[in-house]
Ligand binder design. Structure first.
Ligand SMILES: NC(=O)c1ccc[n+]([C@@H]2O[C@H](COP(=O)([O-])OP(=O)(O)OC[C@H]3O[C@@H](n4cnc5c(N)ncnc54)[C@H](O)[C@@H]3O)[C@@H](O)[C@H]2O)c1
Ligand SMILES: [Zn+2]
Ligand SMILES: [Zn+2]
Length: 362
């Protein structure tokens, strides 16, 4: 059977998105059909629309989602119809060289559904990050579904599917932030604020939020920032050193994805400290640093893919922390919208008015 549903499609580079009828096939072997309940609007969706990821138009956008499994294909036994799941875009394969070395969070061969969803005329769609969840139903690889506690609010926990997990994981998994650490986060959008929430959860002693927008800094305090720095008004490296007895922070998380903010992160960490790059740069960006500074400052420079998360380990645990009021995921939900308002949500995101607009399906 083919399911005819509405979905948000980006047809051409830079063009506004449109809501169109799309066709979703029944799940084949290893696949799952998910009735989407909520899906956050992420910067990456806008990147797809702008042709910044690749030019495999038309795209079916949306990838930070939660929903109910409606049907599963042959050979699927980890999830079953009726399960409440958060979707993930790194379904680990279990057999690549990274998985076999016991590092599945770095899996080099993650899974997506093999069948295609299409436009009504049969044109195949490219689902954003292999998900495509701005649609009433979507087809994914069963490994992209992580079962979580169904008492949780879909619009809040769906955000674990991308930006919020990337941020929390950049602090806890990649940066290894632990009790008593000093942490600075540069760029306090959805990802940066989630990094602050992660550092807070892990027991960091000092959490310094840096942004160019005072509104974001206000929000950062709500997630656990102990100090804020507007880097348009004061030098962030000096300020971070100032709040850490002149030393710099143990872990500095870059959540913008630009060379100038990366340099700030590099120089704002303590000797032998860590820099974690979770912001995603564009291919034209380059970085120049004195090699001697790389050596003499020591420590580690890391990148964080999806917060180095393991969805099967991290999603259920974070959902429990949310249900115990120890992780405020509701605070990331700035507004809920309908599937027809995604283009407006891109404008709001562009103007920095929201952390996340979340599409809710009735
Ligand atoms: N590593 C991953 O797996 C992963 C996953 C999702 C998103 N991301 C990336 O994380 C980054 C942040 O995503 P987001 O959703 O939070 O975006 P966002 O646009 O909501 O946030 C970016 C923030 O950076 C601030 N900013 C911009 N220029 C700055 C500067 N010069 N100094 C300080 N702050 C500055 C903005 O005011 C804003 O608050 C993006 O690059 C995104 O692509 C990475
Ligand atoms: Zn693998
Ligand atoms: Zn995303």
């Amino acid at each position: 059977m083919v399911h005819e549903v509405r979905g948000v499609v980006a047809r051409a580079k830079g063009q506004p998105v449109s809501v169109e009828t799309i066709l979703v096939p029944d799940p084949g072997p290893g696949e799952a059909l998910v009735k989407v309940q909520a899906c956050g609007v992420c910067h990456t969706d806008l990147h797809y629309r702008e042709g910044g990821i690749n030019d495999e138009f038309p795209f079916l956008l949306g990838h930070e989602a939660a929903g109910i499994v409606e049907a599963v294909g042959e050979g699927v036994d980890d999830v079953a119809p009726g399960d409440f799941v958060v979707l993930n875009w790194r379904a680990v394969c279990g057999t690549c060289r990274s998985c076999r070395r016991g590092r599945p969070w770095h899996c080099f061969d993650t899974h997506n559904a093999t069948q295609k969803m299409t436009l009504a005329d049969g044109t195949p769609l490219t689902p954003a990050l292999g998900i495509g969840a701005f649609a009433e139903k979507t087809l994914v690889h069963a490994g992209q579904c992580t079962k979580v506690n169904p008492e949780a609010r879909p619009e809040a926990v769906g955000l674990l599917g991308c930006g919020v997990m990337a941020g929390i994981g950049s602090a806890i998994n990649t940066g290894g932030v632990s009790r008593g650490d000093t942490v600075a986060v540069i760029g306090c959008g959805g990802v940066g604020n989630a990094a602050i929430a992660g550092a807070y959860l892990a027991g960091a002693r000092t959490i310094i939020a840096v942004d160019v927008d005072d509104k974001k800094l206000e929000w950062a305090k709500g997630f656990g920032a102990t100090h804020t720095v507007n880097s348009r008004q004061s030098d962030p490296v000096e300020a971070i050193r100032g709040y850490t007895e002149g030393h710099g922070a143990d872990v500095v998380i870059e959540a913008v994805g630009r060379p100038e903010t990366y340099k700030q992160a590099f120089y704002a960490r303590d000797l032998a400290g860590q820099v974690v790059l979770v912001g995603v740069p564009t291919p034209d960006m380059t970085l120049e640093l004195p090699l001697i500074d790389l050596f003499s400052r020591g420590g580690a420079l890391k990148s964080s893919w999806y917060g180095d998360c393991l969805p099967s380990r991290d999603f259920p645990a974070l959902v429990e922390l949310y249900l115990q009021n120890r992780l405020d995921l509701d605070r990331f939900v700035s507004e809920t919208i309908t599937i027809d308002q995604v283009e407006e949500a891109f404008d709001k995101m562009h103007r920095g008015e929201v952390l996340r607009s979340v599409v809710v399906f009735k």
